[in-house]
Write a protein of this length. Structure first.
Lengths: 366, 366
């Protein structure tokens, strides 16, 4: 331990390490500068939803997702509320259902209720993925079911593809619209062995994000039938998302999409490799044990102070950042690990040695 | 007339002219590239409303507007609905009042009603600015009055500052909150001979835009008391505007703010000069006759085809673009003129000659 180890935060230690197991590097202004470097600056801005850049990218994403139309949004929070609002208006029932740990439940300030007067039914157990039985058990009439694939808050777990098909069939029979929260859709294509379009074919509307695995600045796409997307544009306007120029997000989304879309299989394999190394350490388990995408959660069965100290020391001794933060669970702690471009740069021998050290460190700590 | 004049559109002729009386140049991707050129790319992105760039700029704008706090928004459509929602919630009356040609009435897809269930009372005559008498005549209880200064859809006209003070006093007495649609606030400071903060002191909340006179890419500020801005942040989140990174708009807003804030007096003088030249042409009048900001409307008492042909010929013969479009009023037509950086580059002798030609052209056309 060197002298500054007590004042150094875990975030500092992570930032100062030469190598990092997660991410694509810092979210700084170079992310934008790099994306705009090759761009011809005399190209016109999009103009309130019209213009070459936005229309071309919307069509490209509609094609990738196998839907007739797509609309670019500044955020998924906006895109998903709007999809659910449209289905509620069409079905005449202001109620939808989703997993208890859905983004809409945890991270949107109760927007669906406050802005759209839509009630939500939380289905199934928060600690596992949604199953057909959960959907069958819904007692209330609902307009739409939102499925999040993968389920981020439980480590990015997935139901089997057959389960998703069964849910989709059931919803179709019952006249329930099915919406995909596909913030991390591209990241699950290797595990399912399906294209994005094959997965999306089970859903009426689909949202994808450009700052998760793709690593862009911000931005989202909502895709579906043309008439639904026409309505979504009106609601985007009402939400204040129909900006005079969305090109900062569109240009960067397209740039990083093209740079990383071919790497999802690699990230998935690396996630499995790293999870196995971490899971093998004493007092550590990963969730899921074997990842099904580029992400997983890491639970450490030690108080947060003990784990912080160990991971700071690891970062300094082995020059590898494992995480920048830990969530305190009162006696144990956890963090989320998302594989990006940085993992491939970590020297494998050094990582193995660091893991051996961590295993012993955590085993010997009472 | 040269050969291509029949296929050439007015927009083409405007774009091809070396000189233009309006605007700051094309809205293309160089607007972003120029703003980011001097920026240190290793600076961190803002993160869901936090971070150096967004917090510093919000404080800077709060100071400029003389308010305790300010929140950066992707759009004015979002910022203004939220201000009105907060005042309605606090006063317990879901009704607001504004001019019949307000942006909320014309350009927001009825969002206030559809998203926030707020009714609007349209006050006064659409062809003139709001007066104290219009406000006194409101029969319904309202939570908030929105004043747009200048009133864009009628050429950017303004009530006297004394009228605005009288309205503000009346609202305060009646417990009605006063919100400023200040999309073009900086542009009216020279005419009123007041600072932005002096004007804003009459209002409870204030919205300003960064892509009108300032010429940025997009973005808005809402300013007011700290507790109101705290609530505005929650609503911004619900609207889907609390992006993980808003820096593309913040960096560019700050860059163009600093570049153009000192030029508002110059734009105002140039607007008066150009309006006088145009108003002197036969069959043309400007609204207002003498501008009170950098903008005014130009009405041509000829069918749109005749005016289009004349302005295309003028652009080609004198190399000066007057407008890129005309609005057809069935026998007459009009366009909006907004002075920016481009006006100062127009050779005055050439402009005078072009105006003399236009006067004769329109006089001789039946």
């Amino acid at each position: 331990m060197d002298d500054n180890s007590n004042t150094l935060t875990l975030a500092d230690a992570f930032a100062q390490a030469t190598f990092r197991v997660s991410g694509n590097g810092p979210r700084n202004l170079n992310v934008l500068k790099e994306a705009f470097e090759p761009i011809d600056g005399t190209t016109s801005s999009d103009h309130y939803g019209h213009g070459e850049w936005i229309e071309q990218f919307q069509q490209q994403m509609a094609d990738v997702l196998g839907k007739p139309a797509a609309v670019f949004f500044p955020s998924g929070t906006m895109a998903q509320q709007i999809a659910l609002r449209i289905w509620c208006d069409r079905n005449g029932i202001k109620r939808v259902a989703y997993h208890p740990l859905s983004h809409l439940e945890l991270h949107e300030q109760n927007a669906l209720k406050e802005l759209h007067q839509i009630e939500s039914v939380l289905i199934g157990d928060k600690d596992r993925v949604t199953q057909l039985e959960d959907v069958r058990s819904i007692k209330e009439d609902i307009s739409c079911l939102l499925l999040e694939l993968p389920q981020r808050e439980i480590g990015g777990q997935l139901p089997s593809f057959e389960q998703v098909e069964a849910i989709a069939n059931y919803c179709r029979e019952q006249g329930i619209r099915l919406h995909l929260d596909g913030a991390r859709l591209f990241e699950i294509t290797p595990y399912y062995g399906k294209t994005a379009a094959e997965i999306c074919s089970l859903f009426d509307t689909v949202y994808i994000s450009f700052y998760k695995g793709i690593g862009g600045i911000a931005g989202a796409i909502l895709a579906g039938e043309a008439d639904v997307m026409q309505e979504a544009k009106v609601w985007k306007h009402r939400h204040g998302g129909n900006l005079i120029g969305l090109y900062p997000y569109i240009v960067s989304s397209k740039y990083y999409y093209e740079q990383r879309i071919g790497k999802m299989g690699e990230y998935y394999e690396q996630a499995k490799q790293l999870a196995a190394l971490l899971h093998a350490c004493s007092h550590i388990h990963t969730l899921p044990e074997v990842p099904v995408s580029n992400m997983f959660h890491v639970h450490i069965d030690h108080p947060v102070e003990v784990a912080t100290q160990a991971l700071k020391e690891l970062a300094q001794q082995y020059d590898i950042g494992i995480t920048s933060y830990l969530v305190d669970h009162n006696g144990s702690c956890s963090f989320e690990c998302t594989i990006g471009d940085k993992y491939a740069l970590v020297p494998q021998q050094q990582l193995q040695e660091a893991m051996t050290w961590l295993d012993q460190k955590l085993a010997s700590t009472v």
